[in-house]
Design a protein around this ligand. Structure first.
Ligand code: ADP
Ligand code: MG
Length: 388
């Protein structure tokens, strides 16, 4: 069984600092760390004015940073041999290309607040490109670093916005903001209820011990699929639904009444996912408020998966295999998490059968000729902070 080890913050920071020394010489001024995340429930509804319920993972990204006297920026990472050196003034949409857009974009978005030249070395334990938000962990650790080093007079909301802009405008990847919000606001032992309609947030205790459960993240290691078109198609079908219904959001609408006004079967399915998923997040938040992270929460997670698989049609054979195997082995519930078509799943499992669930997911993938999954521990962690 392939488990991904949690790397202690000290070792993460050491990795970033060691790379910094070998790439740039001398010592960094400090190291900042920000977490990856997983969404407990509330999928594909961030762009529909819904509610999402992510929490931070104990897997994180560390950046070792030092200011420069000029207006040059240099970026290196232990994840790749590709490094970048450029002028701050050269940063813009599509430039730089590649991974450094995620850090350069943050500097660019904060330029007006007084950011100058800077060297950054990155080291991470978040799987890259598995739907666990290595991108926001990178943006947010670096945003906090330069905000503190350059003494920017901004709060974390400005850093969240700068990180979102870096990803949307400079890296050219679409992101709704959930990832940056949780990386910057997470509290240990809590999930964050994020209202995508008005941007408000609420910390909700996620007490797994009290319920005798564990959350398990399964990185399916599915091959990367070109699915940008699918994402656009889902958003377009929502626009069609808004137009036919004469509304600007599906939030607060009655499910049966709403779908009875739509003719097209596919559109009915898409809308049914959105409205039912919003309801499930509300119910999940209510359960967590009562300290109930057991079988009822699991049932909501499984219902979310079925809705994403059948109504929204964004699952994949790897995700279905992991979810089905987890349930067979006795998990309270399981679902795909993130955009879908691959990436990761999350399962809520009674503490005493975690090993059995892991074995069943692993052997089920092997039996179906799917990639060997990687298992991650998912205890809710804290937000971006300075390590030294
Ligand atoms: P996810 O956020 O789910 O991991 P994304 O596609 O949003 O997937 O972001 C992954 C991209 O972020 C990578 O392709 C790379 O460009 C950048 N990235 C994330 N972590 C690192 C890292 N440690 N070093 C270099 N680039 C990184
Ligand atoms: Mg990402």
């Amino acid at each position: 069984m392939k488990w991904l080890d949690v790397v202690a913050e000290e070792d993460l920071a050491d990795g970033a600092a060691a790379l910094f020394r070998s790439a740039f010489g001398g010592e960094p001024e400090g190291v900042w760390i920000a977490p990856g995340r997983v969404n407990l429930i509330g999928e594909h509804i961030d762009y529909a004015g819904g509610l999402v319920l992510p929490f931070a993972l104990p897997y994180a990204t560390a950046v070792a940073v030092r200011r420069r006297e000029d207006t040059v920026m240099r970026a290196v990472s232990t994840h790749t041999d590709e490094s970048w050196t450029g002028e701050l003034a050269e940063i813009g949409p599509g430039a730089p290309a590649g991974w450094s857009a995620y850090v350069a974009g943050v500097a660019w978005a904060l330029l007006e607040h007084g950011v100058g030249g800077v060297d950054v070395a990155v080291h991470s334990s978040v799987p890259v490109g598995s739907g666990l938000s290595s991108s926001a962990a990178l943006e947010c650790s670096f945003a906090l670093a330069i905000s503190e080093l350059f003494g920017l007079q901004v709060d974390r909301n400005v850093l969240i916005d700068a990180s979102i802009r870096a990803e949307n405008e400079i890296a050219g990847a679409s992101t709704g903001g959930m990832d940056q919000n949780i990386a910057m606001s997470a509290q240990p032992g809590h999930a964050l209820l994020l209202d995508c309609l008005d941007g408000s947030t609420r910390q909700i205790p996620l007490d797994l011990d009290a319920s005798g459960t564990r959350l398990l993240v399964i990185d399916t290691n599915a091959p990367h699929r070109l699915v940008d078109g699918q994402y656009g198609a889902r958003r377009k079908s929502l626009d069609t639904a808004y137009a036919e219904l004469g509304v600007t959001t599906l939030r607060g609408l009655d499910l049966e009444q709403t779908v009875s006004r739509l003719v097209d079967d596919t559109l009915v399915s898409r809308v049914r996912h959105i409205i039912s998923e919003i309801g499930r997040v509300e119910q999940a938040a209510g359960l967590l408020d009562r300290g109930a992270a057991g079988s009822e929460l699991g049932a909501l997670m499984t219902a979310s998966h079925v809705s994403l698989r059948d109504d929204y049609e964004v699952s994949s054979p790897e995700l279905d295999s992991a979810v089905d195997a987890a349930l067979r082995a006795g998990a309270h519930g399981a679902r795909m998490t993130g955009g879908g078509f691959g990436g990761s799943a999350i399962a809520l499992v009674p503490s005493d059968i975690v090993d059995a669930v892991v074995i069943e997911i692993d052997s089920s993938a092997a039996r179906s000729g799917l990639p060997k999954p990687t298992f991650l521990r998912a205890e809710p962690a804290g937000s971006a902070h300075r390590f030294f």
